[in-house]
Design a protein. Structure first.
Lengths: 381, 258
């Protein structure tokens, strides 16, 4: 080999050139993402075909052929002109206040509306990361809001709010109450259980492990049955707590066992050095957890926490089994109404429920994604 | 910055010894990691601990703020004996700063927040005072301009200097350094060592586990050589490097100083 081939010295700097057109822009994107190989082309074609097959009939049923108004079933029945009518939204419109409030007395429904507004305000305050005074927001959400909500919904005769027994509550109101109490109750309880499971004290550890494994080992329905059927066997009827309250406690305890495992996963992922550095600075156990370990652990587990929330939100439908009228149960009841007996009533009702649950769950999921990317950008690890 | 709580606990008459370790024995399972360690460190003394890895250097250092516990012996720091009592442990840790090999900065907090966390929550200092204090120490380690950044954006050397500033913000009487430069890229070792040399001029009690023999020669009052969980030799730097007494020390020095 000649000497010139082994030794090299750059004489002129290589200047940057624009990228080839085919690799950038719309064309480049299409080529690399949709048509890069025969397999990819086949997949693209199949996906387009599936969309063409599925989407137009759905649009036709739910929007173009749908019946938007009417007083009873006549509006939604097949006729000579419309042999296949679409979704019967008129049914949903007529029953909508029942779907939202259940049997809550009509004259008192403003209280439910006010509750929804107060709750939305609290959620917005906490969820908006740039909001002012989020510490007060947390106090509002976790302390003031529960008290106000209880007073509003249940009633305080002294303040001129007549009592409304929970047996009259129903619909979206109940679903939101059960989900919120479950979510708000399960997170702190789950954190405590997770810490307990990793505690150095064997008694605390044993208690936490027993609770977590026992609750995770039985279906939610069992927990609900236990709460609503077994409890009155041990406690005299007049001392037994309200039926809805029992279900709320059951749901919160059930969710906290799952939450505990999720949080534990986050705790395990925090390097030992973080504990040691916090300890070496003289932080006590609770301060170390609250200021150093949990902020990092919860951040890591945020996707899993939201996943648990979403599961919990949908699990709330199971409370119907102990006779509580949640949103899905109200639809179930309404679709049996003979005034609205049509071939499309059930489909419409269930679709409405699906849309409601999807919007709530997808909202949580999107929010979690946003927070994740924001945090990832801020504190790249 | 005079800290009333610090001087109150340490007291004017805490005794002559900053640290007293007596007959310290520790086992990991069946493995005897620390064997009959006896050491007294005078206030203001600067001690470098060296020796082959696995010799118990870090373990001994970590006993001084009870990051490790032990099965036999006593450790008394600034007149306070370390027992199982968590209050006593926290009291000692407040006055003993520690710098780790892996920096261990809190990644979810900015540089400034890393420094103010303990002063605010342990010393109950108002936030504004804590921030002033933190900025003073960040200037001292020469990175005040990084205060608003998150640790992940800093180089290793900068992170370690933040870790030193974070420890200093608690106005400790004793600083423990556990191989502070071992995890750094070679070109960053100097900036950290310079910071430590400057600190050594302040009269703070320092115990440094390190392989940086140049630093040891320049700064140490005494050098401790540890191997197999025992203190093999304690000597002054000049004698340590020029006339090591023990065979193990000679062998070790031959291997690291070529």
């Amino acid at each position: 080999m000649a000497v010139a081939d082994r030794i090299y010295l750059r004489e002129a700097p290589a200047s940057a050139l624009p990228a080839p057109v085919a690799s950038t822009g719309l064309l480049g994107w299409l080529r690399t993402n949709l048509f890069s190989s025969p397999g990819n082309i086949a997949l693209t074609v199949i996906c387009v075909a599936l969309s063409i097959w599925i989407i137009p009939p759905l649009l036709r049923f739910f929007i173009f052929d749908a019946v938007w108004s009417g007083a009873d079933r006549e509006a939604c029945l097949p006729t000579a002109q419309v042999p296949e009518p679409g979704a019967c939204w008129a049914f949903v419109r007529v029953w909508s206040s029942y779907f939202v409030y259940g049997f809550y007395p009509v004259s008192e429904r403003w209280r439910v509306d006010l509750f929804f507004i107060l709750l939305a305000f609290g959620i917005a305050w906490l969820a908006w990361l740039g909001a002012p005074r989020r510490d007060i927001g947390a106090l509002y959400f976790f302390i003031a809001l529960p008290i106000m909500s209880y007073a509003l919904l249940s009633g305080v005769p002294l303040l001129g709010l007549p009592e409304v027994p929970t047996s009259l509550w129903g619909g979206i109101l109940v679903t939101i109450v059960v989900a919120t109490v479950g979510i708000v109750g399960s997170l702190p309880l789950g954190i405590l259980l997770a810490l307990g499971r990793r505690s150095a004290m064997p008694a605390v550890r044993l208690l936490s492990v027993t609770f977590i494994e026992f609750v995770r080992g039985v279906p939610l329905i069992t927990v609900l049955f236990m709460a609503s059927v077994m409890l009155p066997l041990f406690v005299p009827e007049r001392l037994a707590p309200d039926k809805l309250l029992r279900a709320l406690i059951g749901v919160a305890l059930f969710a906290s066992a799952y939450m505990a495992e999720v949080v534990r996963g986050g705790l395990v992922s925090i390097p030992r050095g973080q504990y040691e550095a916090a300890g070496a600075l003289g932080l006590s156990f609770w301060r170390m957890m609250a200021l150093v370990i949990l902020p990092q652990a919860l951040r890591v587990t945020l996707p899993n926490i939201v996943n648990t929330f979403i599961g919990l939100f949908k699990d709330t439908t199971l409370v119907f089994i102990v006779g509580i009228f949640d949103f899905l149960r109200t639809i179930e009841a309404a679709r049996g109404d003979p005034h609205w007996a049509t071939p499309v009533t059930s489909v419409t009702g269930y679709s409405f429920a699906a849309v409601f649950y999807f919007i709530c769950c997808y909202g949580m999921s999107r929010y979690a994604r946003n927070v994740e990317t924001r945090l990832a950008r801020a504190h790249r690890r | 910055m005079s800290d009333p709580s610090a001087s109150a606990t340490a007291g004017g008459e805490q005794g002559k010894w900053a640290i007293e370790i007596a007959a310290l024995n520790k086992w990991y399972g069946d493995f005897h990691v620390l064997r009959d360690i006896n050491l007294t460190v005078v206030r203001g003394e600067r001690i470098v601990i060296c020796g082959p890895s696995g010799g118990g250097k870090s373990t001994m250092l970590r006993c001084i703020n009870r990051l490790e516990d032990w099965q036999g012996g006593r450790v008394i720091v600034a007149g306070k004996e370390l027992t199982d009592d968590p209050k006593q442990i926290l009291a000692v840790r407040r006055d003993v700063g520690m710098v780790f090999q892996q920096f261990n900065l809190f990644p979810h907090l900015t540089v400034l927040e890393n420094c103010t966390l303990a002063p605010i929550w342990v010393r109950h200092m108002p936030k504004k005072d804590a921030e002033e204090l933190a900025m003073r120490y960040l200037r001292r380690v020469k990175i005040p301009e990084q205060a608003a950044k998150y640790p992940a954006l800093l180089s290793g050397g900068q992170q370690q200097r933040v870790a030193i500033a974070r420890a200093l913000c608690m106005s400790p009487h004793i600083m423990l350094f556990d191989e502070p430069t071992s995890a750094l890229d070679p070109e960053m070792v100097k900036e950290v060592l310079d910071t430590m040399v400057e600190l050594a001029g302040d009269g703070i009690t320092m115990l440094v586990v390190t392989h940086e023999m140049g630093f040891a020669r320049q700064v140490a009052d005494r050098i401790i050589f540890m191997a197999d969980g025992q203190i093999v030799e304690i000597n002054e730097p000049k004698a340590f490097f020029e006339h090591p007494q023990h065979e193990r020390t000679r062998l070790f020095l031959q291997q690291i100083l070529h």
